[in-house]
Write a protein that binds this ligand. Structure first.
Ligand SMILES: Cc1ncc(COP(=O)(O)O)c(C=O)c1O
Length: 364
């Protein structure tokens, strides 16, 4: 493809002069597990997010798992979440023995519908897990008020929203805990898998640190059954080089998104909605189309990549078929059948955005 969905090679080349020596130095240090770069990165992410603690781990999926363990969610509990997300959101809930309860999304934002969350609360509900989908903050003020009122933990899936903001606070800093993914294509991505949980709660932070490291606070002393989920020292090196650039990366994503939206306004295309809920960091730029297949073909013919996030909502997945047999989430189902993600990354030029948008409009 002449225009890919992301351009990780370009980002590596731009950073190579700084990255390669930092890699060599970490290799020579031989501090490969929970080394100085991991520790420094945790402090830098905590400072960036304006929270007391940041606990790194091996992936965004593990970060969600850690957050649920830290919040004390377990067997028999229900966690309300969205079906229009990547499977990891619900997987993590299932890991701790709890049940994901799917409620439909708001058609404007593709994020959890607050009214439906409220209606889904039962005696077994222990937490709500919003996803800031495609980088757009969920309605955190309303969710926080609801969770505080009903005594529920609010755990943010921030896999797609590093740097997004609500009311002057970073995503992740609004609820009890926020979980980030550093998967390579994420807004802040490393060169493999990686994740981080942020929280202001000292006890939850302590529990997550112990859990991620075999339930151990002191070597060969184990107070709980934990997991082996530590961020790699080399991934921390990459993330420390990229973190000071994240605001600029997100600014360029927003610039590109706004250009797409300008070109689509007044046409048959429904561009993503950006309202006053907070600062959107456009992990993806997704449009809704009536004839998605025709547009995808036209893009492919023009050597332009596109992707469908997500083609099947979670309540329609085989793994949840028995649990969700009678569940209807009409908005998620409709969006899944019409959504198309266009190339979106900081290095994408405005000329490329214009070429992509014109190809889409011509296909219509
Ligand atoms: C919304 C969401 N949650 C969780 C994850 C899991 O992150 P990871 O792939 O780092 O495990 C992802 C990313 O893939 C995601 O997009």
């Amino acid at each position: 493809m002449q225009i890919p969905m992301v351009n990780l090679k370009q980002q590596y080349l731009d950073l190579r002069d700084e990255l390669d020596p930092a890699f060599m130095s970490a290799l020579e240090s031989t501090c490969y597990i929970l080394g100085p770069n991991v520790q420094a990165l945790e402090q830098e992410v905590a400072a960036y997010c304006g929270v007391r603690h940041a606990i790194s781990c091996a992936s965004g999926t593990d970060a969600l798992h850690l957050a649920l363990v830290g919040a004390g969610i377990g067997a028999g509990d229900e966690v309300i979440t969205t079906p229009f997300t990547f499977i990891a959101t619900a997987e993590a809930i299932a890991y701790v023995g709890a049940t994901p309860v799917f409620v439909d999304i708001d058609p404007a934002t593709f994020n959890l519908s607050i009214d439906l969350v409220e209606q889904a609360i039962t005696e077994r509900t222990k937490a709500v897990m919003p996803v800031h989908l495609f980088g757009q903050p969920a309605d955190m003020m309303a969710l926080k008020a609801l969770c505080d009122n009903r005594g529920l933990a609010l755990i943010e899936d921030c896999a797609q929203s590093f740097g997004a903001e609500v009311g002057g606070k970073k995503s992740g800093a609004l609820g009890l805990a926020g979980a980030f993914s550093f998967f390579p294509s994420k807004n802040l991505g490393c060169f493999g898998d990686g994740g981080m949980v942020v929280t202001n709660d000292d006890e939850i932070a302590r529990k997550m640190r112990v859990f991620r490291n075999h339930g151990s606070e002191k070597q060969y002393h184990h107070s709980m059954i934990g997991v082996n989920s530590r961020l790699d020292e080399l991934q921390a090196v990459v993330l420390r080089v990229k973190l000071p650039r994240i605001d600029e990366y997100n600014r360029l994503r927003r610039r590109n998104a706004h250009r797409y939206t300008e070109l689509f306004t007044g046409t048959a295309i429904t561009p993503p909605f950006e309202d006053g809920l907070g600062l959107h960091v456009y992990h993806q730029y997704c449009i809704l189309l009536d004839d998605r297949a025709a547009v995808q073909k036209a893009l492919a013919d023009a050597q332009i990549a596109s992707a469908i996030y997500y083609p099947i909502p979670l309540h329609k997945q085989e793994v949840f078929a028995a649990q969700c047999r009678d569940l209807k989430c009409p908005v998620s189902e409709e969006v899944a059948s019409r959504v198309l993600a266009l190339p979106m990354f900081p290095e994408l030029s405005l000329e490329q955005v214009e070429r992509i948008a014109h190809t889409v409009l011509e296909a219509l």
